[in-house]
Design a protein around this ligand. Structure first.
Ligand code: M6R
Length: 615
């Protein structure tokens, strides 16, 4: 994870780097650092544990000036070595080279032993420090910064987005990308590098998206890109559609809150031009989609975290409606096992960021197989590594999601998967026109239904107070609502640090019911469907154990109020597609308000980062 930024420009670079670090804070926030070259080509570095504000303050308090035209900076999410000043980037070698790095150098121990023998001194516990020493060593023989970097990276195993500056080459920043995101921003007064475009959106809208193996040499007025053997290559320049206002908080207290309330618009944007009043346009998945979808016999969904939960919901739809066998697996497991893969499988990769290392590794693995398979990614970031790897891409138009806890990305993923279910169902003649029209009608109503559900915030806020002294919670649901229960539990544990687990309601009696006592609230999701009576029986089982119950129900479910039970009529008369999306909303609001009560850092919960770009 971690975020890097750097550049060279005619103006003072430090405010640009600090502003960029703030935008990259979602990638890691346990420490940060900056290094610039002063007028007499000396390094001036500052590092600080905690948020960027601490670093900013430290720089202001320093006697030495950070006014400079060239520099690099870093947000850290610790992998090797605790969060501390000494482990914070940038790292320096012999006062000649400095490096920032996002990723992991897997063979760092071997390189470190070799470098130690050669007399290099280590000042941190990080894997990154081997990068700076390795480049330094090659610089002695090469006398050319780009060549030294190119030779050094040949010795690295793992993932890296790296920014390098040297006081011997004060007019260039060298950057290299391999399995970690890295872009170049082309500005009027200089050129920049960053882990993502958001970090540079206040400076430029023109970007080059580097590919794995690319090495870039960046000057104030020049950008040269080379392949791993140092042959010059060309990469396209693209204009970003991102607006700087899209990533400001506006009147909201937290990004998570803002993003929860943006869901009606996000869903509308995701559906726009992809559905008519009565049908779904197959072309929304690409011009080859229909041909490919008609051939497929199996579906394998691969994703992580919240995106995985979206995949679990989709399994119910793809098997239940489109009648196609579907498996769902977390990417970190899938990539390392030897699954049985059939020809004509459609692999669906779901990811908000499109930069999740495990999901990327999984797509790369399946693409190497000698099998007739197809890849589709459902992703929120158009120019991400994942979309570049997949044959078909479907973009969720949720807009930038900054809060670490994923909200609008999840519901837009569900809306996208609903469209996919209809298109695949049609390709296989499993969906009638009436069925399609009914689903589309439900989807068209979603923005309005979500807005209505959001009005329950005050009621949920009051309910959240009952979690003040709670340390455990259990979420239950049946059918696709089990996946929604999982998403609810993930949200609660992620931002309020309450230990929360989700179970299919019918599974409680096989063990988990032993956990239930008066201090463990049980949150149930109760739509009106074929499984409602079964769920009602499960609630009786919970009641007998004295637990406090919270039930989000369909008004028509008519759950009989019991002692210790709060019933929140959430919605009414929803179909199989709309229900999971709507029942997600109160769970998001609940976890948000519990987190406020627990006084946690809602947008940047401990130990987490928004994009998990390391294994
Ligand atoms: O960007 P991705 O969707 O690939 O991210 C996957 C997970 O890391 C992510 O959903 C994570 O679980 C969220 N923080 C959950 O809110």
């Amino acid at each position: 994870m971690c975020g890097i930024i750097g550049g060279i420009c005619r103006n003072n670079i430090t405010p640009i780097l600090i502003d960029g670090l703030k935008k990259l804070e979602y990638r890691g926030y346990d420490s940060a650092g900056i290094i610039v070259l002063t007028k007499n080509n000396k390094f001036n570095r500052s590092r600080s544990v905690g948020k960027i504000n601490n670093l900013e303050q430290k720089i202001k308090n320093k006697k030495t000036t950070f006014e400079s035209k060239i520099g690099i900076a870093h947000n850290r999410w610790a992998t090797h070595g605790e969060p501390s000043n000494r482990n914070a980037h940038p790292h320096i070698c012999n006062n000649v080279i400095s490096v920032v790095h996002n990723g992991i150098i897997e063979n760092f121990a071997k390189l470190k032993a070799k470098q130690k023998k050669k007399g290099y001194k280590f000042t941190s516990d990080t894997d990154t420090e081997v990068i700076v020493h390795e480049i330094h060593e090659y610089l002695q023989s090469e006398k050319n910064l780009v060549k030294a970097v190119q030779k050094a990276v040949k010795n690295f195993e793992g993932s890296y987005g790296i920014g390098v500056i040297s006081n011997q080459y004060p007019n260039q920043v060298v950057a290299v990308k391999n399995n970690s995101p890295l872009i170049i921003g082309i500005g009027k007064d200089g050129n920049f590098i960053a882990s993502d475009q958001m970090a540079l959106i206040n400076v430029t809208k023109k970007f080059i998206y580097l590919k794995d193996g690319d090495i870039a040499n960046i000057g104030i007025d020049s950008i040269s890109i080379f392949d791993k053997n140092c042959n010059p290559i060309k990469r396209q320049t693209k204009i970003s559609k991102l607006k700087s206002g899209q990533i400001s908080l506006g009147n909201y207290k937290h990004y998570m809150q803002k993003e929860i309330f943006e869901q009606p618009q996000a869903i509308q944007d995701t559906l726009e031009s992809r559905i008519t009043k009565k049908s779904v346009l197959a072309s929304a998945f690409g011009y080859q989609a229909e041909k490919i979808f008609s051939k497929i016999k199996h579906i394998q969904i691969i994703a992580c975290g919240t995106s995985y939960n979206a995949g679990l919901v989709a399994k119910y739809w793809l098997e239940g409606i489109a009648k196609i066998s579907t498996n769902v697996e977390v990417a970190s497991e899938y990539r390392y096992r030897n699954p049985i893969i059939f020809d004509d499988t459609l692999f669906i990769f779901i990811s908000q960021s499109g930069e999740t290392a495990d999901t990327l590794a999984a797509i790369k693995t399946v693409k190497k197989l000698d099998k007739k398979i197809y890849t589709l990614s459902i992703c929120n970031c158009a120019e991400s590594s994942l979309t570049r790897e997949s044959k078909l891409t479907f973009l969720t138009h949720a807009g930038p999601e900054i809060g670490v806890a994923s909200t609008k990305a999840f519901t837009t993923q569900l809306a996208s998967l609903a469209l996919l279910t209809v298109v695949i169902g049609k390709c296989h003649n499993k969906i009638s026109k009436q069925q399609e029209a009914k689903i589309v009608d439900g989807l068209n109503k979603l923005p309005g239904l979500i807005s209505k559900t959001l009005k329950q915030e005050e009621q949920i806020k009051q309910l959240a107070k009952t979690f003040k002294n709670k340390f455990n919670a259990i979420f239950i649901g049946r059918g696709s609502m089990h996946a929604i229960a999982m998403e609810g539990a993930l949200k609660l544990k992620e931002i309020s640090y309450i230990h929360a687990e989700a179970y299919p309601a019918g599974e409680l009696k096989h063990g988990p019911i032993a956990l239930i006592d008066k201090d463990t609230p049980v949150i149930a999701i109760a739509p009106k469907n074929d499984l409602l009576d079964k769920l009602k029986s499960n609630l009786q089982e919970v009641k007998s154990r004295g637990s406090k119950m919270i039930v989000f129900e369909d008004e028509k479910s008519q759950i009989t109020k019991m002692q210790n039970m709060t019933i929140i009529p959430t919605t009414t008369n929803l179909g199989v597609i709309t229900a999971p999306i709507i029942f997600t909303i109160p769970l998001q609001l609940l976890s948000y308000h519990v987190a406020l009560i627990k006084k946690t850092n809602v947008d940047q919960p401990r130990n987490l980062a928004k994009s998990v770009t390391v294994e």
